[in-house]
Design a protein around this ligand. Structure first.
Ligand code: SF4
Length: 656
């Protein structure tokens, strides 16, 4: 058994909202407390209350394991480290450092992701990535390109001042419940208008004044119709457009040529309804977009919906002020922080490009090693290279055997690696292929910081010790750094790592553990400030420019309803305990496939029937739930079950 849990303040690991939690000895469950940075009234959702329930001790890895004669056998830490050292050195000698891949985790702390990136780059490769980018790749790229930052533009707390919400590709009532119930819901109950764009009616829709269920894959068309109405009806914020934007004339001319009725027909929506919603959005003093993974396109380069949303915000002057903006609601608890800490192939800590010589020089000053200049491949391409140009991999708290492209292909790739090191808290489909498995700590055994969706950096504290011989990721990464690199990994504690991160990452400059305390500090964190910046892009955009460009959006044909395939929508449902533990295992999720009656009829499937759902990457068996809540042409599957089906961008499935 573990040591008893301490009544110490930490952060809920189950979504990116970042609610504060402590262990309640009376109930054995989590509770909040008044005055916390996000859940200011101590509120937690059902997932958060169950945060301590996730793993029973018998599921945990408690000894390092090493493969001998085909089987994983318990070994001492030094034996495991010796083998890792030998294998990494051999691969680097024989194939070079770019033959290694480092797959990090958006549910690990900032310090762990920072050490992970530092380890990879100190060994001479930028082959380091994390799953956060797979989820929001095109949206973050569009925001970085046009605004200079992919971070949520506003604060969750500021959403109480919003007059009109446009929630698109997201179901925050289920997926980010405290953000929704404590900030969005009170605003709506106080008179704010909520427009929900989603092919599937869900818990968020219940609060909506307007539900728009477009044909899957046509969100960009719908947003373009909003833009057209606002231009046609003179609802443009002319002062903002003149002062803070560029390329308006060409953009307006292109929109003027659009045929609204044709676009509405293609999207399968009622143009009158769209126009009424657009009038509400354009007429509001403060209008905010809340976007989720549903706005991602067919591939990582398809940013049409994100670009259309940014056009809408620029047109209506809804950037750079409270209660407005592009509010990217992320899912995993430290998606923002994993990227801030530099667990990315193209960016150093703080989002600075690896190709930027000055950024590399700054890092080299601190590390004593200059990172390579050429960006590494994305996680998708790294996984595709397993067994080919990638000979060895270090997987930290992830399960690529079921979460990456093509279950069977990835399994084959994992098997064909010369050496696979996995650090996790339980056995997974990926540890089954590992040569060495290191037992790690779950979220409540970790100290460090995490960064939530609205850029608040908060401290997690270890409430208990890892069981048996398991060690925290921090401890293991330091030990591996000392063995594989040498100097630069001799840290006493995560606090020392964070201090170094604030030196290397300009966004975090000035932050400290003492300053964060049981509260938070938010990036950007101006010198001398007590608090960070809640609204980005005031006065100038994050790239230092006064003006941001309008971008024409390609509105190609959609053929989703004319094929045998259905568009896969994913998410969670209220009350699920879907994610986990800062490891990669999975809690309880439902195995239901929600499908429209017409689509069920066309495929001859009945309510309650078990069916096999296949995509280009994998297959899962699910129970049919026929419901008119979902738009024809799409199906809904819980995110935790859907992972084998998911590729990059929009996923299409068949039922058999
Ligand atoms: Fe945890 Fe998210 Fe629920 Fe808050 S909203 S308690 S962070 S799962």
């Amino acid at each position: 058994m573990n040591e008893p849990r301490e009544d110490t303040k930490s952060i809920c690991p189950l979504c990116a909202v970042g609610c504060s939690v402590r262990y309640d000895e009376t109930t054995g469950r989590a509770r909040g407390w008044p005055g916390a940075p996000v859940n200011a009234n101590g509120e937690l959702c059902p997932k958060g209350i169950a945060a301590f329930d996730v793993f029973d001790d018998e599921d945990r890895l408690t000894r390092p394991l090493m493969r001998r004669d085909g089987d994983l056998e318990p070994v001492f830490w030094n034996e495991a480290y010796d083998r890792i050292e030998r294998e990494f050195e051999r691969i680097i000698t024989e194939h070079g450092p770019d033959a290694l891949a480092f797959l990090g985790a958006p549910h690990c702390t900032n310090e762990e992701n920072y050490l992970f990136g530092k380890l990879a780059r100190s060994l001479g490769t930028n082959n380091v990535d994390n799953r956060a980018r797979l989820c929001h790749d095109s949206t973050v790229s569009a925001m970085e390109e046009r605004l200079g930052s992919g971070g949520m533009t506003n604060s969750i707390a500021g959403l109480t001042e919003t007059g009109v919400f446009l929630i698109i590709g997201s179901n925050p009532a289920d997926q980010q419940p405290v953000a929704f119930d404590s900030y969005v819901r009170p605003a709506v109950n106080g008179g704010a208008h909520l427009i929900h764009i989603d092919p599937r009616a869900n818990t968020t829709t219940r609060l909506a004044d307007t539900h728009i269920a477009p044909r899957p894959g046509t969100d960009a068309l719908v947003v373009a119709l909003f833009v057209k109405t606002i231009l046609d009806e003179g609802l443009v914020d002319e002062e903002f457009v003149a002062d803070r934007t560029e390329e308006f004339a060409a953009f307006a001319a292109a929109v003027g040529e659009m045929d609204g009725e044709t676009l509405a027909e293609r999207a399968g929506v009622d143009s009158t309804k769209i126009q009424a919603a657009a009038r509400a959005f354009g007429g509001a003093e403060r209008a905010a977009v809340v976007a989720g993974t549903g706005v991602e396109g067919d591939d990582p380069d398809d940013s049409a919906t994100a670009d259309a949303l940014l056009n809408l915000l620029l047109l209506t002057g809804n950037l750079g002020k409270r209660g407005a903006g592009m509010n990217l609601f992320r899912g995993l608890n430290n998606e923002q922080g994993a990227c801030d800490a530099g667990a990315l192939p193209h960016q150093l800590p703080g989002g600075r490009p690896v190709a930027d010589a000055a950024a590399r020089a700054k890092v080299a000053d601190v590390w004593g090693v200059e990172p390579p200049a050429a960006p590494g491949p994305t996680e998708i391409d790294l996984v595709r290279g397993f067994g080919e140009e990638i000979r060895g991999a270090f997987v930290l708290g992830e399960n690529p055997a079921v979460t990456k492209l093509g279950t069977e292909n990835v399994a084959r790739g994992l098997r064909s690696l010369d050496f696979l090191l996995v650090q996790d808290v339980t056995h997974t489909e990926t540890t089954a292929h590992a040569d060495v498995v290191l037992p790690a700590g779950i979220w409540s055994e970790k100290a460090g910081t995490v960064t939530n969706i609205d850029r608040q950096v908060q401290r997690m504290r270890a409430l208990e010790s890892p069981p048996g011989a398991a060690r925290s990721d921090f401890e293991v990464l330091c030990a591996l750094g000392e063995r594989l690199v040498g100097d630069g990994f001799d840290y006493e504690n995560p606090q020392e790592v964070f201090a170094e991160l604030t030196d290397v990452n300009p966004q975090y400059a000035g932050m400290s553990y003492e300053g964060i305390g049981t509260g938070s500090q938010r990036w950007p964190f101006p010198a001398g400030a007590d608090e960070g910046t809640d609204v980005l892009h005031r006065g100038e955009f994050a790239n230092g420019e006064r003006r941001a460009p309008f971008v024409p959006v390609p509105l190609g044909e959609s053929s989703d309803e004319d094929t045998d395939e259905l568009v896969l929508l994913t998410g969670s449902r209220s009350g699920d305990v879907a994610a986990t533990t800062m490891g990669s295992g999975m809690g309880r999720v439902d195995e239901t496939l929600t499908i429209h009656p017409a689509d069920a009829d066309a495929r001859g499937v009945a309510d309650g029937e078990r069916v096999v759902v296949e995509s280009a990457t994998g297959r899962v068996e699910l129970t049919v739930e026929i419901s008119e809540s979902i738009r024809r042409g799409s199906v809904f599957v819980h995110a935790g079950i859907a992972e084998p089906l998911l590729g990059a961008g929009r996923t299409h499935v068949r039922i058999s």
